[in-house]
Design a protein around this ligand. Structure first.
Ligand SMILES: Cc1ncc(COP(=O)(O)O)c(C=O)c1O
Length: 358
């Protein structure tokens, strides 16, 4: 790496060090070349195995939460309130982080999909860690955020408890720092391996892409961050705002507009948390050819986009591509029946076939 880049990375690390941070057991996860997939697609495909990172159930969000919990612990909170879909990776990671630091977790969880209340996947670990769960029927976004606030009010009234309320803007601002740090670590690692890619695929509608995009703007603008959103929100608006405010926080001059954000909307399917046919096919492909397990809510949608782009020529032959496998492993199993079904082999048929073999 040239001197200018390594000096810049150290300067950014010094700035990041000004923020309180806890340790959620993160480490430098491997980046490996997917040999058979690279041969098949005639593209150099690498994967960063962030699903291995952090307190279990694990995932790249551990980097974000190291800064969020840094803030929580520094300000002396003894409990937190978060919320989202019942199989939320973030809620599961927040619960794990709270547990590590001896805090109580209150979760507002959405009861809407067939997987809700299934006691599997992330919901299993939420309960194992002892989260206090309140079930609601509400939309993600402002509706659930409102219910979190309502609960906060109730708790303060009942017993004077003032939990740390996970408010989107405040938490996303800290999360972007963690994602920028993950980018810096990843960039150095790629440099040591001599494998700087032209494209990095991420699944994101927020801090992941924001941190990575800011990182490329500051360190190596030749790398293009290709985002695929998991939720039908205005990724261009959200991400450009986050990149600019993080740059401002770190006293960096970078500014972007919505036009600078590459983020594909068409792989979400019917909505957040709802698997797609393309996602199921991508799960099978990466499992069979790469020994990589993807889940249908996040990483499979990104892999569907990547495979589509690899096959339709959007990604040119010979291009070096890094795929960020950001986690969500419990969803692989929580949604396994659905994935079987979509692949034309329902669990039921499979069970009958197996019986015939007995
Ligand atoms: C596995 C996984 N990947 C990616 C993301 C995307 O995160 P964001 O949209 O906040 O960047 C999440 C969010 O929870 C996640 O759980």
């Amino acid at each position: 790496m040239n001197k200018e880049k390594s000096v810049k990375i150290e300067e950014l690390r010094t700035k990041l060090n000004r923020f309180p941070k806890v340790c959620l057991d993160t480490f430098l996860t491997p980046i490996v070349r997917l040999e058979r997939i690279s041969d098949d697609l005639e593209i150099e495909v690498f994967v960063k195995k962030e699903y291995l990172n952090g307190v279990p159930p694990g995932g790249h969000y551990a980097h974000a939460l190291e800064y969020v919990f840094g803030d929580i612990i520094a300000n002396g909170y003894i409990s937190v309130i978060h919320g989202g879909p019942s199989q939320s990776n973030q809620c599961a990671m927040v619960t794990a982080a709270s547990t590590k630091y001896g805090l109580k977790t209150h979760l507002v969880l959405r009861k809407q999909l067939p997987n809700d209340l299934s006691d599997r996947g992330n919901l299993y670990t939420d309960q194992l860690y002892g989260a206090d769960i309140r079930w609601v029927t509400a939309e993600l976004g402002p509706e659930i955020d409102g219910l979190k606030k309502e609960w906060y009010g109730e708790l303060s009234k009942i017993n004077g408890e003032r939990p740390y309320l996970f408010e989107r803007e405040k938490v996303d601002a800290l999360s972007c720092l963690g994602m920028l740090e993950l980018f810096l670590n990843t960039y150095e690692q790629l440099d040591v391996q001599g494998e700087i890619p032209s494209l990095i695929y991420v699944v994101s509608c927020g801090p992941t892409q924001s941190g990575f995009l800011l990182g490329t703007k500051l360190i190596n603008p030749d790398i293009k961050i290709v985002g695929v959103r998991e939720i039908p929100w205005d990724a261009q608006g959200i991400i450009s705002k986050q990149v600019n405010s993080t740059a401002e926080t770190l006293e960096e001059k970078v500014r972007v507009t919505g036009d600078d954000i590459v983020n594909y909307p068409e792989f979400v399917g019917e909505g957040y948390g709802l698997p797609t046919e393309g996602g199921a096919k991508a799960i099978k492909y990466f499992a069979e050819k790469g020994a990589i397990l993807l889940e249908p809510v996040y990483t499979a949608k990104m892999a569907d986009a990547f495979l589509t782009h690899a096959r339709d020529g959007t990604i040119r032959k010979g291009t070096k591509v890094l795929i960020l496998h950001s986690g969500g492993s419990p969803l692989t199993y929580a949604y396994s029946e659905d994935t079987y079904g979509r692949l034309g082999k329902s669990l039921k048929e499979f069970a009958i076939q197996n019986k015939q073999h007995d």
